[in-house]
Design a protein around this ligand. Structure first.
Ligand code: COA
Length: 124
């Protein structure tokens, strides 16, 4: 019987907008996001909502991972979220985790806020 662990996060777009437009915005982006994520978000008409969605997704994945106890710490940049061919988010974790762990995430955003929900399935 698999075990399930969940995590969720919500944030305001303006919070991420302020961080990106500050004098340390470029450093903020590279501390949180991988270069593939930055390329993806910057290809969009309104990049900040996509950065915000990914930020929420990384926090929701962090909560699910910490609840599962598979790792005791993880940084947001260890979690990469890229779109599949249909645009659905796929989670890649750069830290070594057993192949019995699967991580799924769903993202939604409006002009004001972004929300994400993560699920970890442990099949061992
Ligand atoms: C996919 C869909 C549900 C997204 O809903 P939306 O209200 O437009 O947008 P939301 O803000 O709620 O969600 C956006 C997030 O949904 C996720 N998403 C996109 N496509 C997805 C899919 N096929 N499956 C699951 N999640 C998807 C992405 O993470 C996206 O965030 P991102 O653009 O920052 O990567 C909507 O576009 C839809 O119903 N599409 C119908 C199918 C379609 O037209 N597909 C187009 C590709 S052929």
């Amino acid at each position: 019987m698999p075990d399930f662990f969940v995590g969720t996060d919500i944030l305001t777009i303006s919070r991420i907008e302020s961080a990106i437009s500050s004098s340390s915005g470029e450093r903020f982006l590279h501390r949180i996001f991988t270069s593939k994520e930055i390329t993806y978000c910057q290809s969009k008409t309104n990049p900040v909502i996509h950065f915000a969605g990914r930020f929420a997704a990384k926090e929701s994945v962090t909560k699910a991972i910490l609840s599962s106890k598979v790792l005791t710490r993880i940084s947001l940049k260890d979690i990469e979220i890229l779109p599949d061919d249909n645009g659905a988010p796929v989670v890649f974790i750069s830290k070594k985790i057993s192949s019995e762990y699967q991580c799924k995430v769903s993202i939604s955003h409006s002009d004001e806020s972004a929300v994400a929900f993560a699920l970890i399935i442990v099949t061992s």
